[in-house]
Design a protein around this ligand. Structure first.
Ligand code: ADP
Length: 255
């Protein structure tokens, strides 16, 4: 009777072990599939500018000496496409390095000051007004360099996808620190809202090629927000504008 009891328990334990093993394999497989997808998307995205560079290089070789208009067009195209590739590879490296809490350099960060500095820089670059409102002190523990990168992406996008100025609101809401970036630009179609944080996603590939987008900015921003135990929320209406809100826990990370 006792033997049967032990056998039953062993069987149960074995079944449970099998279950967690299957779960682990599932997780590993999902992770592996994600990596495979990333490599395949990255190669595809890099191939486009590379094809343009190769074709113009060939054109230069054939006509560059005789036809100054070909020379100019080819040099401009090679210049802009290689810059694009450089930006993309830098962003891919940022994503591959993986933003985790362990790799952050945590310090006191004044979000009002940081946001105002970025707003000033980008406002000057785009020659547009970026209004920053800070109702109260907003100092949290976080990695200033990474938060700078995150807010830069949100404010830069707001200016890139609109033709007017922006308003940025730094405020506390229910024990969280919010930085709300509001633009009055082209907006995002409802069916695309859930995809904007995916790697390489662009609402309109043709249009964003002109604005120089890579589709990686928001996925980097979200990875940084998550490593700070926060998130980014988006609301948008096509033709009216978008609001991207960075939400961080008020207490921030441990110093
Ligand atoms: P990109 O380098 O293309 O800007 P992002 O990851 O930053 O890449 O954004 C992904 C896509 O989301 C953009 O290509 C654009 O279509 C859309 N998007 C992001 N921010 C905005 C915004 N403020 N207004 C309208 N569309 C936006």
């Amino acid at each position: 009777f006792k033997k049967i009891d032990i056998d039953e328990r062993a069987k149960d334990e074995l079944a449970m072990m099998g279950h967690s093993f299957n779960h682990m394999i599932d997780l590993l497989k999902k992770n592996f599939d994600k990596q495979k997808q990333f490599v395949s998307d990255a190669s595809h995205e890099l191939k486009t500018p590379l094809t343009v560079i190769c074709s113009y290089a060939r054109l230069l070789k054939r006509w560059g000496m005789e036809r100054p208009e070909v020379l100019e067009e080819a040099v401009n195209a090679i210049d802009s496409e290689s810059r694009r590739m450089k930006e993309m590879t830098n962003q891919m490296l940022a994503l591959a390095s993986g933003e985790t809490e362990e790799t952050l350099q945590v310090m006191n960060v004044d979000l009002c000051r940081l946001t105002s500095e970025i707003a000033k820089k980008l406002g000057t670059a785009y020659q547009r007004q970026v209004d920053v409102q800070c109702s109260e002190e907003a100092v949290i523990n976080g990695d200033e360099g990474k938060l700078n990168q995150l807010l830069f992406i949100l404010i830069d996008n707001g200016l890139k996808y609109s033709e007017e100025g922006l308003t940025v609101n730094v405020k506390k809401v229910d024990g969280s620190q919010h930085v709300e970036v509001r633009d009055f630009g082209i907006g995002i179609p409802e069916e695309d809202l859930h995809s904007v944080f995916e790697r390489f996603f662009r609402v309109d590939k043709a249009r964003t090629r002109k604005t120089g987008g890579t589709g990686l900015g928001l996925s980097i921003a979200m990875a940084i927000a998550k490593s700070h135990k926060g998130t980014i929320k988006v609301e948008s209406e096509e033709g009216k504008g978008s609001v991207f809100t960075l939400i961080l826990p008020e207490e921030g990370l441990r110093l």
